[in-house]
Design a protein around this ligand. Sequence first.
Ligand code: AKG
Ligand code: FE2
Length: 365
Amino acid sequence: MITSALCAAHSARSAAGAGAMQAVAAAPSAGALERALAAAAAKPASISNASKSGGEFEAADWWEEHAETFALARSEWGRLHPGLYDLAANEADYIDPSLRAAVAAAEAAAMAGGPVDEAPLRSLLKPTGVAGVWRLQLFTPRFCAELREELDHAAASGVPIRRPNGMNRFGAILEAVPGGLGMEGAMRHLAHRYGRPLSQMAFPSSVGLRDADEHYGFVVRYRPGEDESLAEHADASVATINVNLADGFRGGRLTFKGTRFVDADPRNAPAAAVDFEDFAPGEALLHLGGHYHAAEPIQQGERTNMVLWLMGEHGVVRVAPYERGERGRTTPLRRWGGAEASGRWEALLRGEDGGVAGGRERDEL
Ligand SMILES: O=C(O)CCC(=O)C(=O)O
Ligand SMILES: [Fe+2]
């Protein structure tokens, strides 16, 4: 289990991330790149990405100490594809057109007061052969190519890049945490407009109104001689989106077992595999964070995936399934009310709402 990964990410975000973000907004200070490279050269041996579990705390103090310098150094080095950092403004380039259109239609219906027909959206979620694991085209191939190039560009600067989580050692954190790449605006947009409502729709008894408001986005990379596989675990998320970013590899299937707090003996449930080999760039998996999974060894080439973990405020992961009619359970109207919608339902969650929970919506609770 890597449930502590978020704790590290969240404390890092509040302790040093805010400072780093402010620093990026200021004019790049000359010499930050030089200072970052000097810090990298003097990197203590403990930052060796050695641990395959619990690694989220590896050298946390060192990353916090240098967070501002590294963020400044990155802005001095510059971005290769600045559009990636503003997903909201560049959706036409990056989000799959069918998904975009279906989401826009659902949002428009919700804003008009409903009803919201989710059939077009549901038809975009394809079965994978593993119950509870869905497949969808999320990004355009262009997004995938540009993100991979952006990671290579960031690595070429020599500014250290922090490991993505406690188990994966290679890749990058896309959030505004020390050692991360600072794409938190894009991750927030992806989570709020797509990840949250899609996971609420796919898993209505596990993902409620406020259970997927926060996000932790990162990239994992598998190649011979580095990370080749990933041990069985559940994520520090209520739901996870895992996007295939490239093709040209063999192996690396994900095997799934049961789901924590849902299945009686989840780790001893029979395993079923999803093979990324026939996934196009930009095709994604959507699964519950509590669904135990492992990555089989890569056999040939390199596999790079972008992962978005979704969770509630302060990194809280809701594990109890919702009962029918339980407050906080979503309906189509509530899911697609738009990025700002969750605030509209506060009254409902406090039990003060008289209108929204009535009429047509009541049947769906
Ligand atoms: O290898 C993958 O695609 C999955 C990675 C994963 O499960 C994780 O980082 O939580
Ligand atoms: Fe995982």
